[in-house]
Write a protein that binds this ligand. Sequence first.
Ligand code: GLN
Length: 493
Amino acid sequence: MRPTDHTLRGALDALATGETTSVKLTEAHLDAIARLNPRLNAFITVTAEKALEAARASDARRAAGRAGPLEGVPLAIKDLFCTEGVRTTAGSRILDGFVPPYESTVSGNLLRDGAVFLGKVNLDEFAMGSSNTTSAFGPVENPWSRANDPGTRLVPGGSSGGSAAAVAARLALGATATDTGGSIRQPAALCGIAGIKPTYGRCSRFGIVAFASSLDQAGPVARTVEDCAILLRSMAGFDPKDATSAEMPVPDFAAACARPVKGLRIGVPREYRLDGMPPEIEALWRQGLDWLRDQGAETVDISLPHTKYALPTYYIVAPAEASSNLARYDGVRFGQRVAEPGSDLRDLYERTRAAGFGQEVRRRIMIGTYVLSAGYYDAYYLKAQKVRALIRRDFEQAWGKVDAIVTPATPSAAFGMDERQDDPVTMYLNDVFTVTANLAGLPGLAVPAGLDAQGLPLGLQVVGRPFDEETVFGVGAAIERAANFTALPGIRA
Ligand code: GLN
């Protein structure tokens, strides 16, 4: 088997038996990156030397009998995670030249467990987007293409487009990602891989460039549900450096993937059946529920009545928090500075921020500043917080009747890089099925479940109770087994 074809679990097994080494795995992935990244643009920074050095150290640890749970596995890190001594960009010009002097807790946890980092992967600027077209480092290409229109380059989804494209194209065995409104699940679905946003608080946010602090969560993307479970176990855990990180034991998520779904009650929310939804997505959803019933689960129709307010609520809360978080990029402390000789501080701020932020980030800062301003705060921000509480309550009531909820992951398959670019509201609709889990803080998993008529991947989403990722993994793995998704993207190592 070629080293880049392994699942993460398969690579760990092959490392354990001595069939491969971390150096071999790392070299194979670096070769694949050298060959395919000029086209895909998934990596912003490749740390080849560092990776090989880490792989040699890993092989030595394994030989000495000190192998960690991820010993020797090559991964890609979303360029939103601070990595000690390695440039971190957040996909933005404003951080030009920023080399963090510290490691994010989540990436540090992966290093502690023996992982090898290949480099930093592309994303929408400050993780704002659904297409990875807002990155200051250029768009990422989806390794999949339409059967009848192979010339149109498709988006990988966003904001974790680099993470998803790299894993789908076999440039890494897994990747870190973050999800504020869907940025793990939507790109995973559009690239035919799995990804989980865990419960808010499950992973530390320390050292992750902040977008919207009450919604941001880190999570993994990988080619199987079990691989996501293995990665999440290492990434998760209480961290005294993040006041919102939860003091909860981290269970064996991989073991939970083998849990039978027999007897589970699966909720099917009426409000997720959208007008104008492509019939293929509706059919896949029905198929997924059939698969779960075949394995002994019961499906239950439920109502989440405030669903229709989720997107507008998200697009008030997220920009509000972003406008506050991004106030720190002022040209004084980090990254880029644009100043005219003799000008004052205010001029420095204005020039730096005008030059450093792209169009979408500026739009969010303006919306956020507006909804927080005196006179509009009550009408917009406070109202949105109240609606957010109602959305959370919808789910709390549902958990009395069901153990997990299954929905489509996205309202469409991957779209063309030039499509949907002129209208931000159309772009925001990509998150219609995913933002609710962020607003309510719940775990959500995307699992590849089928192909559309164009041969593009489509995913289903499993949402669970707070801190019940185990049930989510069990249901996701059951869908994965039944779907037997073996299709491969056209561009891959
Ligand atoms: N697409 C959503 C947005 O643009 C979500 C992004 C994310 O989850 N980081 O805000």
